[in-house]
Write a protein that binds this ligand. Structure first.
Ligand code: ZN
Length: 430
């Protein structure tokens, strides 16, 4: 075979012998006939151990390789079986592809890189594969990355959370590293057994080195953490505490909205804005309250002028809702204070909420009292930095992209490849 070196480089098969390259004009396909080099031959496909030959298997196979220019390329080779001591008759390993798959390493690597960089349609169109195939590819790429990297070395401060996917029907338990900001681990489910699997993977010695654990206050998480890392300081996750307050506020807004709607007798009138003043009737109130949620949710510094006006209007027309808003903001701001200030502010906030005569906030106050120690621990130990929130937001974006995957494994692989600190690199690059 002339230009064998060039072909080996072009095809990314350095450890193979190129027997022949042909061009199928009808199919517009380059077919490269290859075989493993002598030293890479007769090895078990599963464990790589040199093993005696068994039989010729099911004949020749093809592997999709990276395109050459605009032309598709496949490698074709025999796929004999060897008789592994451990695995019995097994198809022999090939140096250009993972065991039992139809794409080369280079192809897989490019798909994994693209999946962390581009849209779904960009990956599937460019690589001419289905999104489910992308899912299968990134799952095996991540499995290989996971096998060679020790993600848990030197782990000290972790955050545990649950994230919903499949439109809220399924959950992932996720663990992040507070010090590196990386996603460490994720698994389907949100129960004690799920989290025990993480600590099992971590091992007893490393569990004992964990100094801080932040979580959302769910009992199933606290129970497992108390059992597996008894010495770790348990911190509340500020992101969730603020979320509780936002939910309480939304509850108050909904009540106000329902009240306004029943007053209006179901009529619907459009709200009109003129020169910063609002003309409205009860139905207008209802509508305005329905749309006020973003003004109420957002941090004040991010409000648009229109949302500021809406808030001013709420202050004037619905003192209870406005008080609920101030309570939510008050709680959020506590996480931006120094520890000593925060201790005082939290006490004051609890008193304020207790006397607010807003039932949802009185309830919230009880919940806050229950978690007071862990809330203050989060502030004292600097775990109130919004890190989890950002990882959370990123995973949520990924779950949306990963929606078409068949398995949770593919979703986890995509999240880990994106946020786990070992992003894929393009084949042939360093
Ligand atoms: Zn084997």
């Amino acid at each position: 075979m002339r230009n064998a070196t060039l072909w080996r480089s072009l095809l990314g098969v350095e450890k193979a012998v190129i027997e022949e390259v042909e061009f199928d004009e009808d199919e517009q396909l380059v077919v490269a006939h290859v075989r493993p080099r002598k030293r890479a031959r007769d090895r078990c496909g599963r464990c790589g151990r040199a093993s005696p030959g068994y039989d010729r298997g099911e004949g020749r196979r093809r592997w999709r390789a990276l395109d050459l220019g605009t032309i598709q390329v496949v490698l074709e080779a025999g796929a004999p079986r060897v008789n592994c001591r451990e695995h019995g008759p097994t198809v022999a390993a090939v140096p250009w592809a993972r065991h039992g798959v139809g794409h080369t390493y280079a192809f897989d690597a490019q798909v994994a890189w693209l999946a962390t960089q581009c849209s779904k349609s960009a990956v599937t169109e460019l690589m001419r594969i289905a999104w489910r195939t992308v899912g299968a590819i990134i799952t095996r790429v991540w499995a290989d990355v996971e096998a060679v990297h020790d993600r848990f070395a030197g782990l000290r401060r972790i955050g545990i959370d649950e994230i919903s996917y499949k439109r809220g029907h399924r959950y992932l338990t996720v663990v992040v590293d507070h010090d590196s900001g990386r996603l460490l681990w994720a698994a389907p489910g949100r129960e004690k057994a799920t989290l025990h699997r993480f600590f099992d993977a971590l091992g007893e010695e490393r569990c004992s080195q964990i100094t801080h654990v932040s979580a959302d206050g769910a009992d199933w998480i606290s129970a497992v953490v108390a059992a597996r890392c008894p010495n770790a300081v348990r911190c509340a996750d500020p992101f969730h505490i603020v979320k509780w307050a936002t939910e309480a506020l939304d509850d108050v807004r909904r009540q106000a909205w329902n009240a306004a709607r029943s007053q209006a007798g179901g009529r619907s009138t459009r709200i009109r804005w003129s020169r910063g003043r609002i003309r409205q009737d009860a139905a207008g109130d209802a509508k305005a309250l329905k749309h006020a949620r973003y003004a109420l949710w957002k941090n004040p510094e991010n409000l648009t002028t229109r949302q500021q006006a809406k808030l001013a209007w709420i202050a004037k027309t619905d003192p209870t809702l406005y008080r609920a808003y101030l309570l939510k903001e008050g709680l959020r701001l506590i996480f931006q204070l120094d520890y000593d200030e925060a201790v005082e502010a939290l006490e004051a906030w609890i008193m304020w909420a207790r006397r607010s005569r807003i039932p949802t906030f009185v309830d919230l106050q009880r919940r806050i009292v229950k978690h007071k120690a862990s809330i203050l621990a989060a502030i004292e130990h600097g775990l109130s930095n919004g890190l989890i929130e950002s990882v959370n937001t990123k995973i949520r974006l990924i779950t949306r992209v990963a929606f078409g995957f068949k398995s949770a494994d593919a979703l986890i692989a995509l999240a880990m490849l994106n946020l786990g600190g070992h992003r894929p690199i393009l084949p042939g690059r360093r």
